[in-house]
Design a binder for this molecule. Sequence first.
Ligand SMILES: [Zn+2]
Length: 321
Amino acid sequence: MTLLIFSVMVGCNQSNSNQGTTGEQSPRAQEAASSPSVQEPKTKVVATILPIYLFTKAVAGEAADVSILIPPSTEIHEYQATPDNVRAIATANVLIKNGLGLEEFLDNTVKNAQNPQLTQIDASKNIKAVNEISPVVKTGTKSHSHSHAHDHAEGNPHVWLDPVLAKQQVANIRDGLIAADPANKTIYQANAEAYIKELDNLHNEFQQTLQKTPNCTFITFHDAFPYLAQRYNLKQVAVVQIPEDQLSPADVQKTVNTVKKYNVKALFSEPGVDNKLLTSLSKDLNLTLRPLSSLESGETNPKYYFQAMKNNLQTLEAGCK
Ligand SMILES: [Zn+2]
């Protein structure tokens, strides 16, 4: 009998450890136990992607129970919902998305979750999306996994990479949380104010640094930076789609021509990307390949946004010099 119970418990622990959305619950439960002032049960909030999770966690603090739907370092543009995602939404009070067409999987997932109590917040409410502004250099036959983003009718979704638009997202999240959980209004207001102030400082830092290199032209492999470029007077002149197999001499020539045509100064990849095609292409182009984060993967501490963006600023400064 003892043995049987033991094996059942082990089974539960194993299945829990596989659920990305529940991974943070046990430390949170401990915190709640040690701080009796926080009202129970807390509002359950699910945020879809990392930057939206960071902003939501910053606003909510310990007043709500925030989890992330898509685990960091998962490809967010081609995301397919899992049964765990449906369960997370089925038991949540609030769902917060980036919007602008990024979370295409969400409509069906919400439908399947059948949760009539669910409040949905669009973090990009009142943000005007830009459509494609950078020409796309297509290479090879198979296109890069982000290619579909260019076809999207709702415009480019990467608004969180502009600190000014990030402030609007934080304000939208704050207002949504207050509407869903008015009891914690003062906490949400104070936390949002502090985070927005930090975003203001970040914006000033970007402005002061990048005004020294106006119209800096760069090429990326992920169409993630048009808002950032627009804000700070940089030019994302092309998005090169890298094939999965190999670059043909014609592909390389096409890209070399683009670099010449736009007088490109910088070539940006992403942190953690080790792609032989990109490395060899950067040699052919005679440009240093530097990592610029899209914040689609990284750490789950709200301060991580500032850390990654300050690294981005150093990268932009070095690349645009
Ligand atoms: Zn992206």
